[in-house]
Design a protein around this ligand. Structure first.
Ligand code: SME
Length: 161
């Protein structure tokens, strides 16, 4: 199996639109959670060059570090803590333009400046979160939210139904 997720256009929405069918093709026919999330993190990193991209999964009332691409990260996040724990608690996506302005932000890397966290929802229940960090301020907007929510919806349908 070989796939190239490298992209040429600088238009963000267009990048996501090109990414989606390749991504669906990549994960179709596989339901092994860790494997699918690992390939998803890799594909997102390759297509968008994210500084850190990965998953935290809900297990025993905590978020536990799952597959990711980037430097080492903290293992466990409690409900309501940091951006990830708040996204879990509120069952909604969070865009943080400047992590220093987010009360309780958990700094896994001192180079991280902005962040987006999108929950993986199954019947309103959070199974985990997709967390993406940037080393630049203001990297994420409604376009990211829209398409990343589409990606987590596809993941939920593939893995948990
Ligand atoms: N910054 C996140 C923690 C996870 S790391 O960024 C990979 C947070 O505040 O939830």
């Amino acid at each position: 199996m070989e796939a190239s997720f490298k992209q040429t256009t600088n238009n963000k929405a267009e990048r996501y639109r090109l990414f989606l069918p390749q991504f669906e093709n990549l994960i179709s026919g596989e339901k092994e959670e860790i494997s699918v999330l690992a390939n998803t993190a890799s594909a997102l990193r390759e297509a968008f060059g994210f500084f850190w991209v990965g998953f935290y999964l809900v297990k025993n009332e905590q978020l536990i570090l799952g597959p990711f691409q980037g430097s080492i990260a903290c293992y466990r996040i409690s409900k309501g803590r940091g951006v990830c724990g708040t996204s879990w608690n509120e069952a909604r996506s969070l865009i943080v333009p400047d992590v220093e302005q987010f009360p309780g932000h958990i700094a896994c890397s001192s180079l991280s400046r902005s962040e987006i966290v999108v929950p993986i929802l199954v019947n309103g229940q959070v199974k985990g979160v997709l967390d993406i960090d940037s080393d630049q301020l203001n990297s994420f907007d409604e376009t990211d939210r829209h398409y990343l929510e589409e990606i987590t919806t596809i993941l939920a349908k593939t893995l948990y139904y």
